[in-house]
Design a protein around this ligand. Structure first.
Ligand code: TYM
Length: 394
Protein backbone atom coordinates (compact mmCIF):
# COMPACT_ATOMS: atom_id res chain seq x y z
CA UNK A 1 0.00 0.00 0.00
CA UNK A 2 3.04 2.25 -0.08
CA UNK A 3 2.78 2.93 -3.77
CA UNK A 4 3.21 6.43 -5.08
CA UNK A 5 0.06 8.21 -6.18
CA UNK A 6 -0.92 8.98 -9.76
CA UNK A 7 -3.98 11.04 -10.50
CA UNK A 8 -5.34 12.31 -13.76
CA UNK A 9 -8.67 13.28 -15.25
CA UNK A 10 -10.63 13.40 -18.43
CA UNK A 11 -13.78 15.34 -19.27
CA UNK A 12 -16.87 13.40 -20.32
CA UNK A 13 -17.59 15.66 -23.26
CA UNK A 14 -17.24 15.05 -26.99
CA UNK A 15 -15.66 11.93 -28.44
CA UNK A 16 -12.59 10.53 -26.72
CA UNK A 17 -9.86 10.37 -29.32
CA UNK A 18 -6.41 8.93 -29.89
CA UNK A 19 -4.86 12.16 -28.55
CA UNK A 20 -6.55 11.56 -25.18
CA UNK A 21 -5.46 7.94 -25.35
CA UNK A 22 -1.80 8.43 -26.27
CA UNK A 23 -1.34 11.72 -24.40
CA UNK A 24 -2.97 10.57 -21.18
CA UNK A 25 -4.93 7.32 -20.72
CA UNK A 26 -2.21 5.03 -22.02
CA UNK A 27 0.27 6.40 -19.46
CA UNK A 28 -2.22 5.73 -16.66
CA UNK A 29 -2.60 2.16 -17.87
CA UNK A 30 1.14 1.62 -18.26
CA UNK A 31 1.92 3.01 -14.80
CA UNK A 32 -0.73 0.99 -12.97
CA UNK A 33 1.62 -1.56 -11.47
CA UNK A 34 4.00 1.04 -10.08
CA UNK A 35 1.51 3.62 -8.89
CA UNK A 36 -1.81 3.74 -7.12
CA UNK A 37 -3.87 5.21 -9.96
CA UNK A 38 -6.82 7.58 -9.51
CA UNK A 39 -8.58 7.91 -12.86
CA UNK A 40 -11.13 10.67 -12.60
CA UNK A 41 -14.02 11.55 -14.89
CA UNK A 42 -14.13 15.33 -14.69
CA UNK A 43 -17.82 16.13 -14.99
CA UNK A 44 -17.52 19.31 -12.91
CA UNK A 45 -15.00 20.58 -15.44
CA UNK A 46 -17.22 19.54 -18.35
CA UNK A 47 -20.02 21.92 -17.32
CA UNK A 48 -17.77 24.94 -17.72
CA UNK A 49 -19.14 24.87 -21.26
CA UNK A 50 -22.86 24.20 -21.77
CA UNK A 51 -23.73 20.49 -21.80
CA UNK A 52 -26.98 18.76 -22.57
CA UNK A 53 -27.84 17.07 -19.22
CA UNK A 54 -28.86 13.65 -20.59
CA UNK A 55 -25.86 13.54 -22.92
CA UNK A 56 -23.52 14.40 -20.04
CA UNK A 57 -24.98 11.61 -17.92
CA UNK A 58 -24.59 8.96 -20.61
CA UNK A 59 -21.16 10.26 -21.64
CA UNK A 60 -19.98 9.82 -18.05
CA UNK A 61 -20.81 6.11 -18.16
CA UNK A 62 -19.36 5.83 -21.67
CA UNK A 63 -16.05 7.28 -20.49
CA UNK A 64 -16.02 4.94 -17.49
CA UNK A 65 -16.49 1.94 -19.80
CA UNK A 66 -13.85 3.26 -22.18
CA UNK A 67 -11.29 3.73 -19.42
CA UNK A 68 -11.77 0.11 -18.35
CA UNK A 69 -11.70 -1.01 -22.00
CA UNK A 70 -8.39 0.84 -22.46
CA UNK A 71 -6.93 -1.14 -19.59
CA UNK A 72 -7.60 0.69 -16.31
CA UNK A 73 -8.36 -2.18 -13.97
CA UNK A 74 -11.03 -1.23 -11.40
CA UNK A 75 -9.70 -3.91 -9.05
CA UNK A 76 -6.28 -2.26 -8.96
CA UNK A 77 -7.08 1.37 -9.62
CA UNK A 78 -9.69 3.85 -8.48
CA UNK A 79 -12.04 5.02 -11.25
CA UNK A 80 -14.44 7.68 -10.04
CA UNK A 81 -16.61 10.59 -11.03
CA UNK A 82 -15.48 13.99 -9.78
CA UNK A 83 -18.94 15.20 -8.70
CA UNK A 84 -19.39 12.08 -6.53
CA UNK A 85 -16.67 13.33 -4.19
CA UNK A 86 -17.72 16.68 -2.66
CA UNK A 87 -14.22 17.40 -1.31
CA UNK A 88 -13.19 18.55 -4.82
CA UNK A 89 -15.45 21.60 -4.81
CA UNK A 90 -14.83 22.18 -1.12
CA UNK A 91 -11.06 22.37 -1.51
CA UNK A 92 -11.43 24.38 -4.73
CA UNK A 93 -13.21 27.07 -2.74
CA UNK A 94 -10.40 27.34 -0.24
CA UNK A 95 -7.79 27.43 -3.00
CA UNK A 96 -9.74 30.17 -4.79
CA UNK A 97 -9.09 32.37 -1.79
CA UNK A 98 -5.32 32.20 -2.36
CA UNK A 99 -5.37 32.40 -6.17
CA UNK A 100 -4.59 35.74 -7.79
CA UNK A 101 -6.99 36.64 -10.59
CA UNK A 102 -4.03 37.61 -12.77
CA UNK A 103 -2.67 34.05 -12.74
CA UNK A 104 -6.01 32.72 -13.99
CA UNK A 105 -6.33 35.33 -16.70
CA UNK A 106 -2.91 34.36 -18.02
CA UNK A 107 -3.81 30.69 -18.59
CA UNK A 108 -3.54 29.80 -22.26
CA UNK A 109 -6.57 27.55 -22.17
CA UNK A 110 -8.63 30.34 -20.66
CA UNK A 111 -7.47 32.76 -23.32
CA UNK A 112 -8.19 30.21 -26.07
CA UNK A 113 -11.64 29.35 -24.80
CA UNK A 114 -12.52 32.94 -24.19
CA UNK A 115 -11.29 33.74 -27.65
CA UNK A 116 -13.79 31.49 -29.45
CA UNK A 117 -16.41 34.12 -28.92
CA UNK A 118 -14.33 36.78 -30.56
CA UNK A 119 -13.56 35.04 -33.79
CA UNK A 120 -16.59 36.63 -35.29
CA UNK A 121 -15.42 40.05 -34.22
CA UNK A 122 -11.89 39.46 -35.37
CA UNK A 123 -13.02 38.32 -38.78
CA UNK A 124 -15.27 41.27 -39.06
CA UNK A 125 -12.54 43.67 -38.05
CA UNK A 126 -10.27 42.20 -40.67
CA UNK A 127 -12.86 42.39 -43.39
CA UNK A 128 -13.96 45.92 -42.75
CA UNK A 129 -10.49 47.18 -42.19
CA UNK A 130 -9.58 45.85 -45.59
CA UNK A 131 -12.54 47.55 -47.12
CA UNK A 132 -11.84 50.75 -45.22
CA UNK A 133 -15.06 50.80 -43.31
CA UNK A 134 -14.00 49.35 -40.01
CA UNK A 135 -15.05 52.05 -37.64
CA UNK A 136 -18.47 52.59 -39.15
CA UNK A 137 -19.27 48.89 -39.09
CA UNK A 138 -17.91 48.25 -35.63
CA UNK A 139 -19.94 51.13 -34.31
CA UNK A 140 -23.06 49.65 -35.85
CA UNK A 141 -22.43 46.26 -34.33
CA UNK A 142 -21.68 47.71 -30.94
CA UNK A 143 -24.93 49.57 -31.01
CA UNK A 144 -26.76 46.37 -31.91
CA UNK A 145 -25.03 44.49 -29.12
CA UNK A 146 -25.11 47.02 -26.35
CA UNK A 147 -28.39 48.64 -27.26
CA UNK A 148 -28.74 52.02 -25.71
CA UNK A 149 -25.88 51.88 -23.32
CA UNK A 150 -24.15 55.04 -24.49
CA UNK A 151 -21.51 54.90 -21.79
CA UNK A 152 -20.36 51.42 -22.77
CA UNK A 153 -20.42 52.30 -26.46
CA UNK A 154 -18.48 55.48 -25.99
CA UNK A 155 -15.84 53.72 -23.89
CA UNK A 156 -15.40 51.07 -26.56
CA UNK A 157 -15.34 53.54 -29.41
CA UNK A 158 -12.64 55.58 -27.78
CA UNK A 159 -10.54 52.47 -27.30
CA UNK A 160 -11.11 51.28 -30.84
CA UNK A 161 -10.21 54.63 -32.31
CA UNK A 162 -7.06 54.71 -30.24
CA UNK A 163 -6.14 51.19 -31.20
CA UNK A 164 -6.78 51.84 -34.86
CA UNK A 165 -4.69 54.97 -34.71
CA UNK A 166 -1.57 53.22 -33.55
CA UNK A 167 -1.52 49.76 -35.00
CA UNK A 168 -2.90 46.79 -36.82
CA UNK A 169 -4.95 43.74 -35.98
CA UNK A 170 -3.08 42.67 -32.89
CA UNK A 171 -4.39 45.53 -30.88
CA UNK A 172 -7.88 45.25 -32.24
CA UNK A 173 -8.00 41.54 -31.49
CA UNK A 174 -6.73 42.14 -28.01
CA UNK A 175 -9.13 44.93 -27.45
CA UNK A 176 -12.12 42.77 -28.27
CA UNK A 177 -10.68 39.97 -26.25
CA UNK A 178 -10.34 42.04 -23.13
CA UNK A 179 -13.70 43.77 -23.39
CA UNK A 180 -15.64 40.63 -24.23
CA UNK A 181 -13.82 38.51 -21.68
CA UNK A 182 -14.97 40.73 -18.92
CA UNK A 183 -18.49 41.03 -20.20
CA UNK A 184 -19.39 37.51 -21.24
CA UNK A 185 -16.99 34.77 -20.36
CA UNK A 186 -18.31 32.56 -17.60
CA UNK A 187 -16.52 32.48 -14.27
CA UNK A 188 -16.33 28.66 -14.38
CA UNK A 189 -13.88 28.76 -17.27
CA UNK A 190 -11.69 31.20 -15.41
CA UNK A 191 -11.73 29.16 -12.19
CA UNK A 192 -11.32 25.83 -13.94
CA UNK A 193 -7.61 25.42 -13.06
CA UNK A 194 -8.30 25.99 -9.36
CA UNK A 195 -10.68 23.04 -9.34
CA UNK A 196 -8.05 21.05 -11.18
CA UNK A 197 -5.50 21.94 -8.49
CA UNK A 198 -7.97 20.70 -5.86
CA UNK A 199 -8.41 17.41 -7.77
CA UNK A 200 -4.70 16.80 -7.67
CA UNK A 201 -3.81 18.06 -4.20
CA UNK A 202 -6.56 16.17 -2.36
CA UNK A 203 -4.83 12.84 -3.05
CA UNK A 204 -1.26 13.88 -2.16
CA UNK A 205 -0.49 13.04 -5.77
CA UNK A 206 3.08 12.37 -6.91
CA UNK A 207 2.57 12.37 -10.68
CA UNK A 208 -0.03 13.66 -13.08
CA UNK A 209 0.26 12.24 -16.61
CA UNK A 210 -1.30 14.71 -19.03
CA UNK A 211 -0.98 16.13 -22.52
CA UNK A 212 0.92 19.34 -23.06
CA UNK A 213 -2.20 21.52 -22.96
CA UNK A 214 -2.53 20.81 -19.22
CA UNK A 215 1.07 21.60 -18.30
CA UNK A 216 0.37 25.20 -17.37
CA UNK A 217 -2.45 24.08 -15.06
CA UNK A 218 0.02 21.76 -13.35
CA UNK A 219 2.39 24.67 -12.80
CA UNK A 220 -0.43 26.62 -11.19
CA UNK A 221 -1.22 23.62 -9.00
CA UNK A 222 2.36 23.54 -7.77
CA UNK A 223 2.34 27.28 -7.14
CA UNK A 224 -0.87 27.07 -5.11
CA UNK A 225 0.35 24.07 -3.13
CA UNK A 226 3.58 25.87 -2.22
CA UNK A 227 1.73 29.02 -1.33
CA UNK A 228 -0.67 27.17 0.96
CA UNK A 229 2.16 25.17 2.58
CA UNK A 230 4.19 28.31 3.21
CA UNK A 231 1.32 30.15 4.76
CA UNK A 232 -0.34 27.38 6.79
CA UNK A 233 2.36 24.73 7.21
CA UNK A 234 3.12 21.51 5.28
CA UNK A 235 -0.20 20.22 3.95
CA UNK A 236 0.12 19.26 0.30
CA UNK A 237 2.63 17.16 -1.58
CA UNK A 238 4.00 19.05 -4.59
CA UNK A 239 2.99 17.03 -7.67
CA UNK A 240 4.90 16.61 -10.92
CA UNK A 241 3.54 16.53 -14.45
CA UNK A 242 4.35 13.42 -16.45
CA UNK A 243 4.44 14.32 -20.12
CA UNK A 244 5.22 11.83 -22.86
CA UNK A 245 7.18 13.94 -25.29
CA UNK A 246 6.15 12.44 -28.64
CA UNK A 247 2.46 12.11 -27.92
CA UNK A 248 1.83 15.05 -25.61
CA UNK A 249 0.31 17.07 -28.39
CA UNK A 250 -1.24 15.25 -31.31
CA UNK A 251 -2.43 17.67 -33.94
CA UNK A 252 -5.72 17.81 -35.83
CA UNK A 253 -5.85 15.57 -38.90
CA UNK A 254 -7.67 18.29 -40.80
CA UNK A 255 -5.42 21.09 -39.55
CA UNK A 256 -1.98 20.23 -38.21
CA UNK A 257 -1.51 23.74 -36.84
CA UNK A 258 -4.06 23.10 -34.07
CA UNK A 259 -4.19 20.32 -31.50
CA UNK A 260 -6.50 17.36 -31.98
CA UNK A 261 -9.60 18.27 -30.02
CA UNK A 262 -12.83 16.66 -28.79
CA UNK A 263 -14.63 19.90 -29.46
CA UNK A 264 -13.30 20.45 -32.99
CA UNK A 265 -16.05 21.55 -35.40
CA UNK A 266 -15.38 18.63 -37.78
CA UNK A 267 -15.13 14.96 -36.79
CA UNK A 268 -12.40 14.67 -39.44
CA UNK A 269 -10.15 16.43 -36.93
CA UNK A 270 -9.65 13.30 -34.84
CA UNK A 271 -9.80 9.52 -34.75
CA UNK A 272 -12.31 8.66 -32.04
CA UNK A 273 -11.63 5.61 -29.90
CA UNK A 274 -15.07 4.36 -30.94
CA UNK A 275 -14.82 5.22 -34.66
CA UNK A 276 -15.78 2.36 -36.97
CA UNK A 277 -13.11 0.85 -39.24
CA UNK A 278 -14.69 2.61 -42.20
CA UNK A 279 -14.63 5.96 -40.42
CA UNK A 280 -10.99 5.45 -39.53
CA UNK A 281 -10.04 4.60 -43.11
CA UNK A 282 -11.98 7.54 -44.50
CA UNK A 283 -10.58 10.04 -41.99
CA UNK A 284 -6.99 8.97 -42.59
CA UNK A 285 -7.57 9.11 -46.33
CA UNK A 286 -8.80 12.71 -46.19
CA UNK A 287 -6.25 13.77 -43.56
CA UNK A 288 -4.25 16.80 -44.69
CA UNK A 289 -0.73 16.08 -45.97
CA UNK A 290 2.11 18.41 -46.87
CA UNK A 291 3.57 19.34 -50.21
CA UNK A 292 6.29 17.07 -51.57
CA UNK A 293 5.97 13.33 -51.42
CA UNK A 294 8.59 12.03 -49.02
CA UNK A 295 7.66 10.51 -45.72
CA UNK A 296 10.14 12.21 -43.43
CA UNK A 297 9.85 13.68 -39.97
CA UNK A 298 10.14 17.45 -40.21
CA UNK A 299 8.04 19.43 -37.74
CA UNK A 300 8.63 22.72 -39.55
CA UNK A 301 8.38 21.79 -43.22
CA UNK A 302 6.03 18.80 -42.89
CA UNK A 303 3.83 19.24 -39.83
CA UNK A 304 1.03 16.99 -41.12
CA UNK A 305 3.29 14.06 -41.98
CA UNK A 306 5.22 14.55 -38.74
CA UNK A 307 1.95 14.21 -36.83
CA UNK A 308 0.95 11.05 -38.72
CA UNK A 309 4.41 9.61 -38.11
CA UNK A 310 4.10 10.23 -34.38
CA UNK A 311 0.75 8.42 -34.36
CA UNK A 312 2.18 5.56 -36.40
CA UNK A 313 5.18 5.28 -34.11
CA UNK A 314 3.11 5.30 -30.89
CA UNK A 315 0.70 2.60 -32.06
CA UNK A 316 3.30 0.38 -33.73
CA UNK A 317 5.92 0.97 -31.02
CA UNK A 318 8.57 1.43 -33.67
CA UNK A 319 10.97 4.34 -33.78
CA UNK A 320 10.14 7.15 -36.19
CA UNK A 321 13.48 6.65 -37.98
CA UNK A 322 12.55 3.01 -38.68
CA UNK A 323 9.21 4.04 -40.13
CA UNK A 324 10.92 6.63 -42.35
CA UNK A 325 13.19 3.86 -43.64
CA UNK A 326 10.31 1.51 -44.18
CA UNK A 327 8.50 4.10 -46.33
CA UNK A 328 11.46 5.49 -48.24
CA UNK A 329 10.38 5.78 -51.91
CA UNK A 330 6.79 4.91 -51.07
CA UNK A 331 3.79 7.17 -51.53
CA UNK A 332 1.69 9.10 -49.03
CA UNK A 333 -1.22 6.86 -50.07
CA UNK A 334 0.63 3.67 -49.11
CA UNK A 335 1.73 5.15 -45.81
CA UNK A 336 -1.77 6.35 -45.00
CA UNK A 337 -3.27 3.04 -45.95
CA UNK A 338 -1.00 1.17 -43.55
CA UNK A 339 -1.60 3.73 -40.81
CA UNK A 340 -5.37 3.30 -41.16
CA UNK A 341 -5.08 -0.49 -40.92
CA UNK A 342 -2.78 -0.17 -37.90
CA UNK A 343 -5.33 2.05 -36.15
CA UNK A 344 -8.21 -0.27 -37.02
CA UNK A 345 -6.28 -3.23 -35.59
CA UNK A 346 -5.18 -1.43 -32.41
CA UNK A 347 -8.59 0.05 -31.62
CA UNK A 348 -10.50 -3.15 -32.31
CA UNK A 349 -9.80 -4.86 -28.95
CA UNK A 350 -10.59 -1.65 -27.04
CA UNK A 351 -13.89 -1.35 -28.89
CA UNK A 352 -14.73 -5.00 -28.33
CA UNK A 353 -14.17 -4.67 -24.58
CA UNK A 354 -16.06 -1.40 -24.54
CA UNK A 355 -19.15 -2.92 -26.18
CA UNK A 356 -19.16 -5.82 -23.72
CA UNK A 357 -18.78 -3.51 -20.71
CA UNK A 358 -21.43 -1.07 -21.82
CA UNK A 359 -23.99 -3.90 -21.76
CA UNK A 360 -23.57 -4.02 -17.99
CA UNK A 361 -24.67 -0.60 -16.82
CA UNK A 362 -25.40 -1.79 -13.28
CA UNK A 363 -21.88 -3.20 -13.02
CA UNK A 364 -20.36 0.08 -14.23
CA UNK A 365 -22.37 2.13 -11.79
CA UNK A 366 -21.34 -0.18 -8.96
CA UNK A 367 -17.67 0.19 -9.92
CA UNK A 368 -18.03 3.99 -9.95
CA UNK A 369 -19.68 3.90 -6.53
CA UNK A 370 -16.84 1.82 -5.12
CA UNK A 371 -14.34 4.18 -6.75
CA UNK A 372 -16.05 7.22 -5.22
CA UNK A 373 -16.02 5.64 -1.75
CA UNK A 374 -12.29 4.94 -1.94
CA UNK A 375 -11.57 8.41 -3.31
CA UNK A 376 -13.77 10.05 -0.69
CA UNK A 377 -11.92 8.46 2.22
CA UNK A 378 -8.58 9.82 1.09
CA UNK A 379 -9.85 13.20 -0.10
CA UNK A 380 -11.67 13.76 3.19
CA UNK A 381 -8.43 13.30 5.16
CA UNK A 382 -6.70 16.08 3.22
CA UNK A 383 -9.74 18.35 3.33
CA UNK A 384 -10.01 17.98 7.10
CA UNK A 385 -6.42 18.97 7.57
CA UNK A 386 -6.95 22.02 5.29
CA UNK A 387 -10.05 23.05 7.25
CA UNK A 388 -8.14 22.82 10.51
CA UNK A 389 -5.25 24.84 9.18
CA UNK A 390 -7.33 27.70 7.82
CA UNK A 391 -9.14 27.94 11.13
CA UNK A 392 -12.56 26.42 10.57
CA UNK A 393 -14.14 25.12 13.76
CA UNK A 394 -14.04 21.44 12.81
P1 TYM B 1 -9.30 16.72 -21.38
O1 TYM B 1 -10.57 15.99 -21.10
O2 TYM B 1 -9.37 17.89 -22.30
O3 TYM B 1 -8.23 15.74 -21.96
C1 TYM B 1 -7.87 14.54 -21.29
C2 TYM B 1 -6.38 14.30 -21.44
O4 TYM B 1 -6.05 14.17 -22.84
C3 TYM B 1 -4.97 15.05 -23.13
N1 TYM B 1 -5.10 15.53 -24.52
C4 TYM B 1 -4.18 15.36 -25.48
N2 TYM B 1 -2.99 14.76 -25.48
C5 TYM B 1 -2.29 14.75 -26.63
N3 TYM B 1 -2.73 15.32 -27.78
C6 TYM B 1 -3.94 15.93 -27.83
N4 TYM B 1 -4.37 16.48 -28.95
C7 TYM B 1 -4.72 15.98 -26.64
N5 TYM B 1 -5.93 16.49 -26.34
C8 TYM B 1 -6.15 16.21 -25.04
C9 TYM B 1 -5.11 16.20 -22.15
O5 TYM B 1 -3.89 16.90 -21.97
C10 TYM B 1 -5.54 15.47 -20.90
O6 TYM B 1 -4.41 14.95 -20.23
N6 TYM B 1 -8.59 19.59 -17.33
C11 TYM B 1 -8.43 18.24 -17.87
C12 TYM B 1 -9.13 17.20 -17.03
C13 TYM B 1 -8.76 17.24 -15.60
C14 TYM B 1 -7.53 16.83 -15.02
C15 TYM B 1 -7.66 17.04 -13.63
C16 TYM B 1 -6.35 16.30 -15.55
C17 TYM B 1 -9.55 17.67 -14.59
N7 TYM B 1 -8.89 17.55 -13.42
C18 TYM B 1 -6.60 16.74 -12.73
C19 TYM B 1 -5.30 15.99 -14.65
C20 TYM B 1 -5.44 16.23 -13.28
C21 TYM B 1 -9.01 18.19 -19.27
O7 TYM B 1 -9.84 18.99 -19.63
O8 TYM B 1 -8.60 17.14 -20.02
Amino acid sequence: MNKKILLSGIQPSGALHIGNYLGAIKQWVDLQSDYRVFAMIADLHAITVPQEPEALRSKTLEVAALLVACGIDPEKSVIFVQSHVPAHTQLAWVLNTITPLGELERMTQFKDKAHIKYEFWTEMARYYRDTGELLVQITKHLENENGNDPEKNLKLKIKITGALGQSGFETIDKLFQIEKTREEVLAGILNYPVLMAADILLYQTNVVPVGEDQQQHLELTRTLANKFNNRFGETFRIPKAHIQKDTARLMGLDDPSKKMSKSAPSANNYIGLLDTPDDIRRKIKVAVTDSGKEIIYDEEAKPAIANLLRIFSAFSQSAIADIENQYRGKSYAEFKNDLAELLVAKLEPIQRRYHALSQDEAGLRAALRRGAEQAHTIAQGTLRSVYEKVGFAV
